[in-house]
Design a binder for this molecule. Structure first.
Ligand code: ATP
Length: 833
């Protein structure tokens, strides 16, 4: 929605004043701190108005401040029979489980194996203009920080971990209800945050947010990168996937071809088979993926919500981390952070027909199953939990059954016309409070990884060889009696040695190939820039190319997201980060595919490379973490060749942003998001800066195309929303201006993409540098493999031996559908059909 209409809603809310004046809730006495640092429960009367601090929108300074809650709920709960029957108050036990304040840190949880409950919060939205116009009144309100009370029957009240009034910012909601889940996930504890509520209650507003008020998902993504920056001792690898459950069918939102995916189960829980996972390198990268995913989500309008979500969506961030450098600790942590925007339950009041009605019934059925599962989980006596009755509960099975942290944000409207629906949400929320969880770190012991296995194999082989050598030497003392024995023994030993030597060489070759792969993939590992300061100072060039992020990070962010960052309060990621390495689009696809097949094995386990080993490069004697089967998605031999060439010429060095800028110094007429990083000019050719290869340049250009494409998707999605809003308010000229601006932006970005694509073609054509020719040979070999699969006519043309004598001279001219390669003794022309 537009910012203007949003602010109107906020200001007209009658609810805000009601809370402080109409409700005669006595001020709570200050809660006393327990020895554990939390707050002890305060007496029943502690239902209290929101304190200024709680609505300040700032980050809580102490965990306990965020989660402190008053009162034994018994006293604050309804006494009416109806409410007694249907909704239980928070029991003392559930109070005590949360009474220690904020969820304990991962380490603490791990150490004590402490139980937690689901964190349940309630968020009110303001009355909407529609509700006000039809004379709705406030039926439910936030009575202090922890209570929801019924206006017409004040004895009906429910206590929660936190209740957010309609004026509360999403930032504040994030800090209280989601931040601990995100930080837990960064420490290896699975986490799930989901928004639950009836249609139009504010779930999408809470989870995704809007331009001026980013939701939990973008805030979590930012926070994740911020935490990486603040954790110099570890390296991280992040992957995202994004799916929707629409009419009980799972669709991949990052890959429109991924429809009707199946849920599988293994020892580690349930997972979606074939879901696309993208390795992400920056907040903007992740956000642009979400934006393009949103394009594919099913939305539609009903009489409550013009843009109603017709599907549940699950955004999953898979986080792997391991200690940096050479440490004794070998473990890799692997966990998932699920951020879920549920579709809203629909009552009979929701006027739907045809497809919408069908969607509504699927939505209701799955939410009903979620309710049943929660009820059974809290029942204590239930022997069977019907997770399998819906895709949603099946996917959430692992989380709901207690593995990791869960935060449930229930969104509600205060409107009297929705009294019953809100009451149902509150009952659901209340039941959920009793689900017990055990938050513990997920660790993979690196020993289990194939890298380790392979290393051991190499060591064994070497020992075998050594033994053979020693055997030869040893035999020297027992002198054979005659010449024939001596010759036989020698022959035997030599044959054995040759055999072992050749095996070893093969293994070493494979190892070197993997090192190349590791080097390329290492660029995808995220590390804090804080850890790289010392190596910069010492001036020691590391072969390792890692991705860190920084001041320039904003360059990746679409304008809108930059606005988020700037406006968005206290975390200024933007000033903290700096980009040191370039993106490598090829690589980001590679591990993603690779990882899908190896989802249970930590990728970091594959990528980790000890510094000394990296510096030793291709030395055949160097021991390194590597594995012959490291890439199931590639043919071993071709991959080895390719990577060996890459490493041997040693030219794929780190490309700093500076280099990129000078290499591609032309600017777009206007700054664009991705254009800040690299620029594009349609015609002019540029010399490559030292250390930058043409492949690097092409990688960079491709990456920029990718970023721009993401931005186009984001802008298109915003445009779609604006058009819908404009249709609703045809007289609002502000919409028209914004629509016009967005359209221009989109067409500009599309033309930039076009320019960049031309640039990529040019880069392919331009090269006289003998060093680059080697690369072109590789490109050629790759192309030929691809081409061999296509129908083509091959014409062998006369070779000009004078020009092409000494060295390989590869020249690619690509025009129309013809590609010509000039090699030393032959020219090949491929005509595509
Ligand atoms: N806390 C809030 N402050 C201001 N406006 C809000 C708030 N929550 C929701 N809204 C507005 O209310 C409308 C409905 O919200 P939203 O689309 O998030 O509902 P929803 O629960 O996701 O609905 P559905 O289940 O139908 O998708 C939107 O216009 C949104 O901007």
């Amino acid at each position: 929605m537009s910012s203007s209409s949003k602010s109107t809603r906020s200001s007209i809310s009658p609810f805000r004043s009601r809370r402080s004046s109409a409700v005669a809730a006595p001020a709570a006495p200050p809660a006393t701190r327990t020895s554990s640092g939390g707050r002890a429960s305060t007496p029943a009367s502690s239902a209290r108005p929101t304190t200024p601090s709680s609505s300040s929108g700032g980050r809580p300074t102490t965990p306990s401040a965020a989660f402190a809650r008053p009162a034994t709920p018994t006293s604050a709960r309804p006494t009416t029979p109806s409410s007694t029957a249907s909704a239980r108050p928070t029991t003392p036990s559930s109070v005590s489980s949360r009474a220690t304040g904020r969820a304990p840190s991962a380490a603490a949880v791990d150490a004590s194996n402490a139980k937690e409950n689901i964190m349940v919060t309630v968020r009110f939205r303001p009355l909407s203009p529609r509700e006000i116009n039809k004379g709705d009144e406030v039926a439910w309100y936030a009575d202090g920080d922890n209570m929801v009370r019924n206006e017409y029957n004040p004895s009906i009240a429910y206590a929660f971990d936190k209740v957010f009034g309609p004026a509360t910012t999403t930032r504040r909601v994030y800090d209280v209800a989601a931040q601990h889940v995100v930080s837990g996930a960064m420490e290896g504890i699975n986490g799930t945050v989901f928004a639950y509520g009836v249609t139009s209650s504010g779930k999408t507003h809470t989870m995704h947010g809007e331009q001026k008020s980013p939701g939990i998902i973008p805030l979590a993504v930012k926070d994740v990168f911020s935490i990486i920056q603040d954790t110099p001792g570890r390296e991280f690898l992040l992957r995202v996937s994004y799916l929707e459950i629409y009419n009980e069918v799972i669709n991949d939102l990052l890959d429109p071809t991924g429809q009707n995916l199946r849920i599988r189960e293994d020892a580690q829980g349930t997972y979606v088979e074939g879901i696309k996972e993208e390795v992400v390198l920056s907040p903007a990268h992740a956000l642009s993926l979400i934006a393009s995913g949103e394009e594919h989500r099913h939305v539609g309008s009903n009489n409550f919500n013009l843009v109603s979500s017709r599907s549940h969506t699950i955004f999953t961030l898979t986080i792997e981390s391991s200690p940096s450098g050479e440490t004794e600790e070998e473990e890799v942590r692997l966990c998932q952070l699920n951020l879920i925007d549920l579709a809203g339950s629909e009552s009979s009041k929701t006027e739907t027909t045809g497809l919408r009605r069908k969607e509504g019934s699927y939505i209701n059925k799955s939410l009903l199953t979620l309710g049943t599962v929660i009820a059974k989980l809290t029942d204590g006596k239930a022997t069977h939990i019907p997770y399998r009755d819906s895709k949603l509960t099946r996917l959430l099975q692992y989380s709901l059954s207690g593995h990791g942290r869960i935060s449930l944000i229930c969104t509600v409207t205060p409107a009297s016309s929705n009294t019953e629906e809100t009451h149902n949400t509150l009952k659901f929320a209340h039941r959920s409070k009793h689900v017990e969880l055990k938050a513990s770190q997920n660790k993979i012991i690196d020993e289990k990884s194939l890298i380790k296995k392979y290393q051991k194999e190499i060591t064994c082989l070497k020992e075998e060889l050594q033994q053979l050598r020693r055997g030869m030497m040893g035999n020297g003392y027992i002198l054979p009696t005659d010449q024939e024995d001596l010759v036989n023994l020698k022959l035997q030993l030599e044959a054995g040695q040759v055999k072992l030597q050749s095996r070893l060489e093969q293994e070493e070759e494979a190892k070197a190939a993997l090192m190349g792969r590791i080097q390329r993939l290492t660029k995808l590992i995220l590390v804090s820039t804080k850890s790289s300061i010392s190596s910069k100072v010492s001036g020691q060039a590391s072969l390792r190319r890692r991705h860190s992020f920084g001041e320039d990070e904003l360059a990746y962010l679409p304008d809108r997201k930059r606005e988020y960052s700037i406006e968005d309060d206290d975390i200024s990621l933007d000033s903290e980060f700096s980009i040191e390495a370039k993106l490598d689009s090829n690589n980001s696809d590679e591990p993603a595919r690779f990882d899908r097949r190896n989802r249970k094995r930590g990728m970091l386990g594959w990528f980790k490379l000890k510094k000394s080993e990296q510096l030793s490069g291709l030395s055949p004697s160097a021991d390194s973490d590597s594995t012959a089967s490291g890439s199931p998605s590639f043919s071993r031999s071709s991959q080895q060749k390719h990577l060996l060439l890459d490493l041997k010429d040693g030219r794929r060095k780190s490309v700093t942003r500076k280099a990129d800028d000078s290499a591609l110094g032309d600017s777009f007429l206007e700054r664009t998001q991705a254009g800040d990083l690299f620029s594009a000019a349609p015609i002019v050719r540029h010399p490559l800066p030292s250390g930058t290869t043409i492949v690097d340049q092409i990688d960079l250009l491709q990456e920029q195309v990718k970023m721009l494409a993401g931005e186009v998707a984001f802008s298109t999605s915003s445009l779609k929303r604006l058009l819908e809003q404009a249709a609703n308010s045809p007289d609002d000229s502000q919409f028209q201006d914004q629509i016009e601006r967005l359209k221009n932006e989109i067409s500009e970005k599309k033309s930039h993409i076009h320019v960049l694509e031309q640039r990529i073609m040019q880069s392919l054509e331009t090269t006289d540098d003998p060093a680059i020719r080697t690369e072109m040979t590789q490109t050629f070999s790759r192309l030929s493999t691809q081409l061999s699969e296509m129908t083509c006519e091959l014409e062998i043309m006369s070779a000009d031996n004078k020009i092409l004598q000494d060295q390989l001279q590869t020249k690619v001219r690509k025009g129309g559908r013809t590609v010509i390669f000039h090699l030393p003794h032959i020219s090949l022309m491929f005509l595509f059909k």
